[in-house]
Design a protein around this ligand. Structure first.
Ligand code: MN3
Length: 247
């Protein structure tokens, strides 16, 4: 068959189909469908989430300037990079948690680092809450029971978490994870996380602490231990319990 004839048949089929569709749906519906499909095509796969509090709400523990730069520059950069790097393998998966569980060492560094950066920060923000009066901030309910069971006491848990997060060499994250029903403290380098299929321990994140210098340097300089020590005041334990008790 000649190319001209093939083109003629293709066009004919398309015209026939669109004619049939307008007969069945009406032109206004077709226009609406077209508009929806254009919108879908132009919607980036990843979006910077709004913070559930103001930039200065976590003072005096996390300062306003650090929070603003951390969110609008660092987190936003991960989101932008992801949107500049389309990947049909992950862009259409239902959510970022599912996407992370597909990342292994064979993925390109640009997707691994920026997807991790986006997921980790999105989680980190929701696990913080203002505490302007400096009230005691302790876990309660099921998460408190589980911490007491798996670490003997809250004090022991705090000690282990502080030790492990202080010792991370360079940039990374410290996590409380649920692994086969048990709580564990693990660390990951760079923007990796315990959902990914990498060398470290895997599990569902329940708490997350960013120990990259960008998270604390403006206020605490090289004193990472002080930053960690202040973080305990603004942990959103209700959110941690929600993560712990839901699948
Ligand atoms: Mn960060």
């Amino acid at each position: 068959m000649s190319d001209n004839r093939r083109d003629f048949l293709k066009k004919g089929t398309l015209l026939g189909l669109s004619g049939l569709a307008s007969t069945l749906l009406g032109k206004d519906k077709i226009d609406k469908l077209e508009e929806m499909s254009n919108q879908l095509e132009n919607t980036p796969a990843f979006a910077l989430p709004k913070l559930p509090y103001a930039y200065d709400a976590l003072e005096p523990y996390f300062d306003k300037q650090t929070m603003e730069i951390h969110h609008t520059k660092h987190h936003a950069a991960y989101v932008n990079k992801l949107n500049e790097t389309p990947s049909t393998n992950i862009d259409y998966m239902s959510n970022d948690e599912v996407k992370c569980t597909h990342i292994d060492k064979y993925w390109s560094a640009v997707i691994r680092n920026n997807l991790g950066g986006h997921y980790n920060h999105s989680l980190f923000w929701t696990l913080l809450k203002p505490n302007p009066k400096g009230e005691a901030n302790l876990p309660s309910g099921k998460i408190a029971e589980a911490i007491n069971k798996d670490f003997k006491s809250f004090e022991e848990f705090k000690k282990e978490f502080a030790e492990k997060s202080t010792k991370i060499f360079g940039s990374g994250w410290c996590w409380l994870i649920k692994q086969e029903g048990k709580l564990k403290i693990v660390t990951t380098p760079n923007q990796d996380n315990p959902l990914m299929k990498l060398e470290g321990e895997r599990g569902k994140p329940v708490l997350a602490l960013d120990v990259w210098e960008h998270a604390y340097y403006l206020k605490y300089q090289n004193k990472r231990a002080d930053y960690i020590n202040n973080w305990w005041n603004i942990i959103n334990w209700d959110q941690a319990e929600k993560l712990y008790t839901t699948k």
